[in-house]
Design a protein. Structure first.
Length: 85
């Protein structure tokens, strides 16, 4: 099941952005998916779905925002994980 909603963007902003409404919506979905992932509100898969991207592509998007998919509490935990790899 999908939900649809409408948002209103002032004409001046649309003219300033010089992008299609489809591209703006796509960018909004990706931005909010990154936000929800960073805040641990949705899983990686859910965020990729929201962003309408393959998981691998969403991981690359996260990387462009310098957000890692690996969560380590401290450096010792990271080093221990590397040691066990």
């Amino acid at each position: 099941m999908e939900y649809n909603t409408n948002i209103t963007i002032p004409k001046e902003i649309m003219l300033s952005l010089r992008e299609s409404s489809e591209d703006i919506v796509k960018d909004m979905k990706r931005t909010v998916a990154v936000k929800y992932y960073k805040e641990n509100k949705l899983s990686l898969g859910q965020c990729a779905e929201l962003a309408e991207m393959a998981k691998e592509d969403f991981i690359e998007l996260l990387s462009s925002y310098k957000i890692s998919i690996f969560n380590f509490e401290n450096d010792e935990e990271l080093l221990e994980d590397i040691k066990n790899a």
